[in-house]
Design a protein around this ligand. Structure first.
Ligand SMILES: *Cc1c(COP(=O)(O)O)cnc(C)c1O
Length: 495
């Protein structure tokens, strides 16, 4: 977060000699580092009392938005409530205290849990095996496309150089394909937001390694031609990759494995309610059909009778994509979520997500136009192109929503919709919250008509208002250093 100059000055709360903690000196033996390693001047740690520290950090946290404090209609990101029981499970000493190098015999419980999670993911998606190693959705995609490449190479099929990606796809799809060395060929969407079959057939040939698809896609619509699309790709020797980062509309309803997909990644940190955002740990397991199992990363858990062991390493494996077994803390949370909900509960998740999205869509379609007509699944996209004439852009509406206590929706994405606002309420929001959100959107719509300037300059209620989006993401100021004081001390030391 960028801090304004005024905030930066009031940030300095240090007072010489003040202490928040007193270390029990007698417990530590005195270390005497060699003179060459000793620092010449004292460290510039802030000196503060415990109470001041508590207030400082609590007040800082209150300047932030979080799922626990605000509604997050962040399309495609599935920012749902993360049940606290998941945290309790992940914190248990018997899990958290394990070491990844412990002998198998001492970690049978954890291995059973990994096996169990894999079984659940298999039955949810209709795939035959999963690796739990990838640490994020994009990492899962990378792993998945490497599996696709390994499959074609193993068959001596060297002519495949292209990966097909619809124009509505998540940005990570084309990025992944080119990172693995493929040429990305865009597939056009039709007016209904589905793949345009004619345009698709015109780019489909024997050079296609795979088609990467999200279904329902980022417009929240399901492509009902999927079986035909899968047949066409397979008849040309290509594979189908399913971007299942967001599985929220499908649980217990439909499975990518039944639609003809060969490789799937899912984001445990979206659909399966483990916290995400801010670049924290995630988990993007990758599932494959039988013909791709030999290429999966290792290690894989195997059940032998009532014991768990590691499957023999396949000679054709693409190797490890991460150290050890993946982000276990995230995996544990997802496992707990699945155990609590069970099959019935998961179906209710998806039904609730679809109901909430359609409720909002119908309430908002008279406020801002919806990008594609008809019912949606878990999310939908509004367009603000009419407001652009008044100088108001999708991002401005996102900023104004902050003033009303709502996190911004995803803005300016998907790229096929101009001035897009992509809204995904998720199943965990109450009707009352959704109604309040509709009220805020209505108010902003009328402001766009009567006082567009007000929307353009929002937000007004937050300490940080309009940071440079690019610099805030690429060069965030994450450490506190009082440069002024450091200079003074340096000068004094020199003098
Ligand atoms: C979030 C998302 C991704 C990327 O997942 P990360 O964990 O952020 O890398 C890929 N595709 C879709 C459709 C997504 O929503």
């Amino acid at each position: 977060m960028l801090i304004s100059r005024d905030d930066r000055l009031s940030f300095e709360k240090s007072s010489p000699g003040r202490r928040g903690v007193i270390l029990p000196r007698e417990k530590f033996s005195r270390a005497e580092p060699p003179a060459a390693l000793r620092r010449q001047s004292p460290p510039l740690f802030p000196e503060m009392s415990e109470l001041d520290i508590v207030r400082h950090f609590l007040n800082l946290s209150r300047k932030n938005f979080s799922v626990d404090t605000h509604f997050y209609p962040l399309g495609s990101c599935t920012m749902k409530y993360n049940p606290k029981i998941n945290e309790w499970v992940a914190r248990q000493e018997k899990f958290a205290g394990l070491h990844p190098l412990q002998p198998d015999g001492t970690v049978q419980g954890m291995m059973e849990l990994l096996w169990d999670l894999e079984e659940s993911l298999k039955s949810i998606t209709g795939m035959d095996r999963f690796t739990l190693q990838p640490a994020a959705g994009a990492h899962g995609e990378l792993t998945g496309i490497m599996l696709v490449r390994a499959y074609h190479e193993s068959r001596g099929d060297a002519k495949r150089t292209k990966v097909l990606v619809p124009d509505s796809s998540h940005g990570t799809n084309p990025a992944t394909a080119s990172l693995v060395g493929y040429r990305v060929v865009e597939v056009k969407s039709d007016a209904r937001g589905r793949i345009d079959l004619e345009s698709f057939k015109s780019v489909l040939d024997d050079h296609v390694a795979c088609l990467m698809l999200t279904n329902p896609n980022t417009l929240g619509v399901f492509d009902e031609n999927i079986l035909e699309i899968a047949k066409l790709v397979h008849s040309h020797g290509g594979l189908l990759y399913y971007d299942g980062a967001n599985l929220n509309p499908l649980l217990g309803i439909a499975r990518p494995g039944d639609m003809g997909f060969d490789v799937v990644h899912v984001n445990l940190h979206k659909t399966f309610s483990t916290p995400h955002g801010g670049g924290g740990p995630g988990s993007g397991p990758v599932g494959v059909k039988r013909h791709l199992i030999p290429f999966l990363p290792y290690p894989l858990v195997e059940k032998k009778g009532d014991r768990y062991g590691w499957a023999e390493k396949s000679k054709t494996s693409i190797g490890r994509v991460k150290a050890f077994y993946g982000n276990i803390g995230v995996i544990l949370r997802a496992w707990a979520y699945l155990k609590v909900l069970g099959k019935e509960g998961l179906l209710r998740v998806s039904e609730g997500a679809i109901l909430n999205a359609n409720y909002l869509r119908l309430k908002l379609r008279d406020v801002f136009p919806v990008a594609v007509e008809g019912p949606c699944l878990h999310e939908f996209v509004l367009t603000l192109k009419h407001a652009a004439a008044r100088g108001v852009h999708a991002g401005d509406v996102g900023k104004r929503l902050l003033d009303f206590g709502f996190h911004a929706p995803t803005v300016h994405f998907p790229l096929v919709v101009s001035e897009a606002l992509m809204i995904e309420p998720t199943e965990t929001e109450s009707r009352e919250t959704l109604d309040l959100f509709v009220e805020a959107m209505k108010r902003i719509a009328s402001e766009i008509e009567t006082e567009p300037e007000k929307v353009r300059n929002a937000p007004y209620t937050l300490p940080v208002r309009r940071p440079n989006d690019v610099l805030a993401a690429r060069k965030p100021l994450l450490t506190y250093r009082d440069l002024l004081r450091e200079k003074t001390v340096a000068a004094e030391t020199a003098a």
